[in-house]
Ligand binder design. Structure first.
Ligand SMILES: Cc1ncc(COP(=O)(O)O)c(C=O)c1O
Length: 392
């Protein structure tokens, strides 16, 4: 299907109000997502929450099929979780680590994940090791290969970090993990919805994602994928009467599918909205989306590079829609505020969100301008004109 920029912009009410380059924070929802979410809330208000859930059963169930199509898995390998952090945590805290087990990760790992590693190191005695980067600033596959031994229990990689346009070679890492028989957990929070993701090709065992960023879903939504063969080996850290059944006074049985990671009460309007957002993404097609995001971010990086004192900070062989930069003598927070005064949204990534990477690159914060397929070439040019004024 040919990409129709005018149509997707008309379908995005926010385009009339802001120049939104904060898609890595939370994207602008398309109208059908907004309509589906609001109409379920209205149904709840009119007929009751339980009754609305019963009536909307098919749209609620549809999300499992939508995710399965999106990442190429089966619907029983999907759990809908309220955000990427919790989805990742549920997978990570299910892994039965023993003292001395090694976790291999990247220097660009996200803060919440690394904090969880540190907690398990403190409580269980696991050892955290950071895989060195190659000359492009991404995980070195040779270094990873050399680090493997039978003590390595987990390889955990953030596909696209919170603080740069780097895209880690997750499929190549997956090959190494599979060959070594090591568990492989991918944080796809920033990549889902902008880069095609095929869990069979990545060969990951677990993958976490959020709804509000590049998928353009409502806030407070996300999901977890767990490979079927692994499900009965992972007992979630929390169980309730949705994840398990109380079958006799002293026994429970955990459900066999990935919904063992969910719990009973949930945001049904959000779940329906996320399903519609994923359908919307699948309909445009991730190959089209990714091609367009690469072109727009290339334009943005190229135009920014020509401005005096602007330093684009992204590394890696493949770079995505997250464009990060600094300007000599300007605080990124001030840049963000100045842009906001012109109705332009960006965010700032700070040292503590990806501390190892920021320290290695001697950065305390960067401006994060993240483009999506519905952004226009004209917006990129307008953004750079505004940046030129700020940089002077
Ligand atoms: C790489 C990465 N992982 C995880 C998260 C957390 O996602 P959520 O806020 O949906 O829990 C973020 C949020 O920015 C992120 O950038």
């Amino acid at each position: 299907m040919p990409f129709d920029l005018q149509h997707v912009r008309q379908d995005t009410p926010g385009c009339a109000h802001v120049l939104h380059f904060n898609n890595a924070g939370s994207s602008l929802m398309p109208q059908p997502v907004l309509d589906a979410t609001i109409s379920h809330l209205q149904l709840e208000a009119c007929i009751g929450g339980y009754e609305a859930a019963a009536q909307a059963k098919n749209s609620i169930e549809h999300i499992y099929d939508a995710v399965a199509t999106l990442i190429h898995c089966s619907r029983d390998e999907v759990a809908i979780i309220e955000n990427a952090t919790r989805a990742w945590d549920l997978a990570f805290y299910s892994i039965p680590f023993e003292p001395g087990d090694r976790i291999l990760t990247a220097s660009s790992e996200y803060a919440s994940n690394y904090i969880a590693f540190l907690q398990r190191a403190k409580k269980t005695g696991v050892i955290i090791e950071v895989i060195p980067n190659d000359e492009h600033g991404q995980v070195s596959l040779d270094a990873l290969d050399n680090m493997l031994d039978d003590k390595v229990k987990l390889i955990a990689i953030t596909h696209v970090p919170t603080n740069s346009g780097l895209v880690q070679p997750v499929a190549a890492i997956g090959k190494v993990a599979r060959k070594a028989g090591v568990l492989y957990l991918v944080d796809a929070c920033q990549s889902i919805g902008q880069i095609p993701i095929d869990v069979q090709q990545i060969e990951c065992d677990m993958l976490s994602a959020t709804g509000r960023k590049y998928l353009r879903g409502p806030r407070g939504t996300g999901f977890l994928y767990v490979r079927r063969a692994l499900l009965d080996q992972l007992e979630p850290p929390f169980l309730d009467l949705h994840a398990a059944q109380w079958v006799s006074p002293n026994h429970y049985e955990i459900r066999p599918d990935a919904r063992r990671f969910e719990n009973w009460e949930t945001n049904y309007a959000g779940k329906i909205g996320l399903g519609v957002a994923i359908d919307y993404t699948n309909h445009i097609g991730l190959d089209t989306i990714w091609r367009r995001i690469k072109a727009l971010s290339y334009q943005l990086r190229s135009q920014l590079t020509t401005l005096p004192d602007v330093i684009v900070r992204d590394r890696g062989i493949t770079q995505c829609g997250i464009v990060t930069f600094t300007i000599e003598g300007h605080d990124p927070e001030d840049i963000k505020s100045e842009l906001a005064a012109s109705n332009i949204n960006v965010s700032v990534a700070v040292r503590s969100s990806a501390l190892l990477d920021m320290d290695a690159r001697k950065l305390t914060s960067v401006v994060r301008a993240s483009v999506h397929y519905y952004n226009s070439e004209e917006e990129v040019t307008r953004f750079c004109q505004q940046m030129e004024k700020i940089a002077q």
